[in-house]
Design a protein around this ligand. Structure first.
Ligand code: SAH
Ligand code: F3S
Length: 479
């Protein structure tokens, strides 16, 4: 997903919920993708109604919840280390605290979690968050509390998330849950279940609310936003045929995007993640039509080799992906495009690796997220394919891919030298307290002297310098 912040802490809660009558304290932290971060806001909302306010001090928490990621082994190891930390705090400072595991690891490991990690009192999968109040009662009565039932309908559309860790300027809005694609390397279809779309009314209500609260940018979130399809809920297979589905007043992703951009023309809109096999031209035309939809498409490809793509069960070839890139460039000139790559998928040869590099040369991505293949238990690749690319070969190939991306990122940021771009100010620059930091529509970070501007302002910035990832400039007026 955009802002894939895999394996890093998304940050403890910065914005704390505080209902005056709430006596108990919740510490919640999230790992993994933006969807987890967004889910934690739903969980915090549910628990606010149960008498909990959030805290960022483990020592004073009654309940500690960790929203976990299973996408790669390393992500799971990070969570295990955090559990050790909670254990130490519980032993030394806070014996009363209860610990719950949420998210993909909870779904993958289920009851096993309680056996493997003695610190854990509560295990809740991504579709069972509404059951947390009941599960907490079980915990209080000294019983194990596990709910990992996946749902075909749950979208949490009726829950208004409390905005944690937020800056009051940018927010995530989830539009689909789960994934039906079954890429052979990926654990998500197993941990997040079947794909389902959220009612467009509840999405638009949430966006309108955010606008009213002063938010300036939203990111529509889904594992695969392009397959968003609302036709009254339920699964696609519940309809006997396509025409029956059409009859029900369906809304697809292009239409949803159009509705959102039209409803709030001053709100900047991003979306993530797009899947090449499902992204239609209609989406590109909607992006081109609306000034407030950012010209940036995160379009993971995973490999530049058609042979490997087939083994990954990605439903497109290298050539088809290149044609889609051509279409993007034609319909949205200057659109930033970013990637996810998996290096060292089983059977990957030097030739396949060279194909990945030549695809990157063709696209010249603005940025990307690159990972060594990590075998996941239960996936098709995990069961059927030997993880046969030696570790040192994976490492060397990853370095080559990362270096190439660095080169392209540098090239892409340099394109903005001398140009004036619109920046939404998000916060003070980490490096210089006299400068603001924000992002352009192409998702480049830009820094510039503060003058009289403030966070939440859209400012025109003349770019005078750049690094591979950051634009440096001077504000020349409001946008
Ligand atoms: N549909 C989501 C995918 C989420 S996983 C999206 O498109 O964002 C995010 C990324 O993690 C994937 O695009 C892939 O590059 C990487 N990934 C997934 N499973 C992996 C595995 N087993 N090993 C290494 N990287 C993996
Ligand atoms: Fe995973 Fe492929 Fe879905 S990467 S989340 S199975 S689109």
């Amino acid at each position: 997903m955009e802002k894939i912040i895999d394996e890093k802490v998304q940050g403890n809660t910065l914005t704390l919920t505080s209902k005056p009558d709430n006596a108990r304290k919740l510490y919640i932290e999230s790992y993994g993708c933006a969807m987890n971060f967004s889910d934690s806001e739903i969980v915090a909302s549910i628990l606010t109604e149960q008498g909990y306010n959030t805290t960022n001090k483990l020592e004073e928490a009654d309940l500690v919840l960790v929203n976990t990621c299973s996408i790669r082994d390393k992500a799971e190891q990070t969570v295990r280390k955090r559990l050790e930390k909670y254990n130490a705090v519980k032993r030394n400072d806070n014996p009363k605290m209860k610990v719950g595991v949420l998210g993909c690891m909870a779904e993958r490991l289920k009851e096993k979690f309680l056996e493997e990690e003695k610190i854990v009192d509560l295990v809740v999968g991504p579709d069972a968050y509404k059951d947390i109040p009941n599960l907490l009662k079980e915990v209080e009565e000294g019983r194990d509390a596990v709910n990992v039932i996946l749902s075909k309908e749950e979208t949490y559309g009726d829950i208004s998330p409390v905005r944690l860790g937020g800056n009051g300027i940018t927010a995530f809005v989830s539009i689909t849950r789960g994934c039906d694609n079954m890429c052979t390397f990926c654990v998500v279809p197993f941990t997040r279940g079947r794909e389902r779309s959220r009612d467009p009314h509840s999405i638009l209500n949430e966006i309108n609310d955010l606008a009213q609260q002063g938010y300036k940018e939203i990111t529509l979130l889904g594992q695969n936003v392009d397959s968003y399809l609302w036709y009254g809920g339920g699964l696609k297979k519940d309809f006997k045929n396509a025409s029956e589905m059409q009859k029900a007043t369906a809304t697809n992703f292009a239409q949803l995007l159009d509705l959102a951009a039209t409803a709030q023309p001053k709100m900047r809109i991003r979306f993530s993640t797009s899947n090449p096999q499902d992204m239609g031209e209609d989406v590109l035309h909607v992006v081109a039509k609306h000034k407030n939809i950012c010209n940036h498409i995160h379009l993971p490809v995973q490999s530049g080799s058609s042979r490997i793509l087939k083994k990954m069960n990605r439903q497109h070839t290298r050539e088809e992906y290149m044609q889609l890139i051509d279409k993007i460039n034609e319909i949205i000139p200057g659109c930033a495009i970013s990637q996810d790559m998996i290096i060292g998928f089983p059977t990957e040869t030097e030739k396949d690796h060279e194909d990945t590099k030549s695809l990157m040369e063709y696209v010249k991505y603005s940025f990307g997220y690159m990972y060594k293949y990590s075998e996941r238990p239960g996936t098709m690749a995990g069961r059927k394919l030997e993880d046969d690319v030696p570790e040192e070969v994976k490492s060397r190939r990853l370095t080559e891919i990362v270096d190439l991306q660095q080169k392209h990122s540098a090239l892409r940021t340099a394109e903005f030298l001398g140009k004036t771009v619109t920046v939404l100010i998000e916060k003070e620059s980490k490096k210089n307290k006299n400068e603001w930091s924000g992002r352009t529509e192409h998702n480049n970070v830009a820094v510039f002297p503060k003058k009289n501007y403030k966070p939440g302002d859209f400012v025109n910035v003349k770019i005078t310098d750049c690094t591979t990832a950051t634009l440096i400039g001077e504000a020349v007026g409001y946008s």
